[in-house]
Write a protein that binds this ligand. Structure first.
Ligand code: C5P
Length: 407
């Protein structure tokens, strides 16, 4: 593979030399691009010796005015290590004042970023906001390690080990087009159940998890249909987004679009009740108590479980307690292949948050707890495990077939 290695100007720049050597050893072609600050820490000659290619440095000292475009088009992956606080800010905001940042904007392939800096700089709200922007853009973030830093402080900020960055690059390329043969139907967001023409019952789902799943699936080559309740999110690029409002509308659209789907992911927080006989006119304010009569909505996931055929069916379980037991109970009662359980109600995970901490209950009997991570990263892990699970289920079918032949 042809890899671009962008080196930022931090003390960890010397470790990028080890990363370049490792990538060369793994059989990749490596083209290094250094920022001006990086040149203060390591000489371009070091990288030229390791990669057999002259390191690119100054935007204006190159042979052609459009070299950053041709270099971008000619490579498969861009990894930036170390990414300093300054470099992350430039990438997040689209500043392009040197070769690396200009090339970043021209590059359309997968990007991995390994930050390294002083612990206070890393934890600063500005850096964390930039990190979030880059994560949501779908870039793979290789988090810094905790430990003793060059500045004499201890904490998170040390560049991840070159072996870990190389492994992240390998997994990024492995998964790049692995959903190309799939049609994936995803539901997201809350539903709104009218009380009258101006009021409704709903819940706190933001739709972020479902949208992250749609973005991840599209980036990995799937055809994606996203059936979305009302949310404040832009429709993801390369995804067919179908807006709906109520649980009944969502059910109808799901079954209308089910036929070509190979994987169905029900990330929507569907309302469990709707108002029976909601009036056509606004209910007038009175001093007296009024009550609403609620009917259960159709359980879309349970119906899918009955009609799924050989599709992979993934449900969600948003719980405030007993996560693992509830996820497994839903897996069985709704005939799912996977249920993604997440605790809601906490501040840094679940509804509205950009992060999520989930446990996957699989029909193979396995439970896989995932670490707290950005929703896009969680989305990728869900698809990773879904593909593994299908392979395992498929493998089982083949064994059964051969057993049948033998007898
Ligand atoms: O039964 P419960 O609502 O806890 O299960 C959550 C899962 O079921 C989610 O995947 C959600 O999308 C789905 N669901 C559904 N239809 C409903 C209620 C929930 O498809 N009416």
């Amino acid at each position: 593979m042809k890899i671009l290695l962008g080196v930022g100007g931090g003390i960890a720049a010397y470790k990028a030399a080890e990363l370049a050597r490792l990538l060369m050893q793994q059989g990749h072609e490596v083209q290094v691009i250094m920022t001006r600050a990086a040149e203060e820490f390591v000489r371009p000659l070091t990288f030229a010796a390791l990669t057999g290619r002259k390191a690119l440095t100054d935007l204006f000292a190159i042979e052609s005015a459009i070299e950053h475009i041709s270099v971008a088009q000619d490579h498969d992956l861009l990894v930036i290590a170390p990414a300093t606080a300054d470099l992350m800010a430039k990438l997040a905001h689209g500043l392009a004042d040197d070769f690396l940042t200009t090339l970043y904007l021209a590059f359309t392939g997968p990007v991995a970023i390994a930050p390294a800096m002083n612990v206070n700089m890393w934890q600063h709200a500005a850096t964390q906001a930039n990190l979030e922007t880059l994560r949501r853009r779908g870039h793979r973030i290789v988090e810094p390690d905790s430990g003793y830093l060059a500045c004499g402080m201890t904490g998170p900020g040390r560049l991840a080990a070159p072996e870990e960055i190389a492994e992240a690059i390998a997994s990024e390329t492995r998964k790049r087009r692995d959903l190309e043969d799939e049609t994936i139907l995803i539901t997201a967001g809350p539903t709104q159940e009218p009380i009258d023409p101006v009021r409704f019952l709903s819940n706190r789902s933001s739709g972020k998890m479902g949208y992250a799943l749609a973005e991840a699936a599209a980036a990995r080559g799937a055809r994606v249909v996203l059936i979305s309740g009302p949310v404040n999110l832009a429709p993801p690029r390369g995804v067919e987004t179908v807006p709906v409002r109520t649980a009944i509308e969502m059910r109808d659209k799901v079954f209308e679009r089910l036929a070509p789907a190979t994987i169905v992911v029900k990330a929507a927080a569907v309302a469990d009740f709707h108002v029976a006989n909601a009036p056509g006119q606004k209910i007038k304010k009175t001093a007296a108590r009024i009550s609403l009569e609620l009917d259960p909505t159709p359980d879309i996931l349970a119906e899918l479980g009955r009609k799924k055929g050989d599709r992979l069916l993934i449900g969600f379980a948003a719980e405030t307690q007993n996560l693992q037991q509830e996820a497994r109970r839903k897996l069985e009662s709704k005939n799912c292949d996977m249920v993604v359980g997440n605790l809601v109600g906490g501040a840094d995970s679940g509804f509205e948050s950009d992060y999520n901490q989930v446990t996957l209950a699989l029909s193979s009997g396995e439970n896989i707890p995932l670490p707290l991570a950005g929703k896009r990263e969680v989305a990728d892990r869900i698809f990773d495990e879904a593909l593994k699970l299908r392979l395992a289920l498929h493998g089982q079918q083949i064994t059964l077939l051969t057993d049948g032949l033998k007898s």
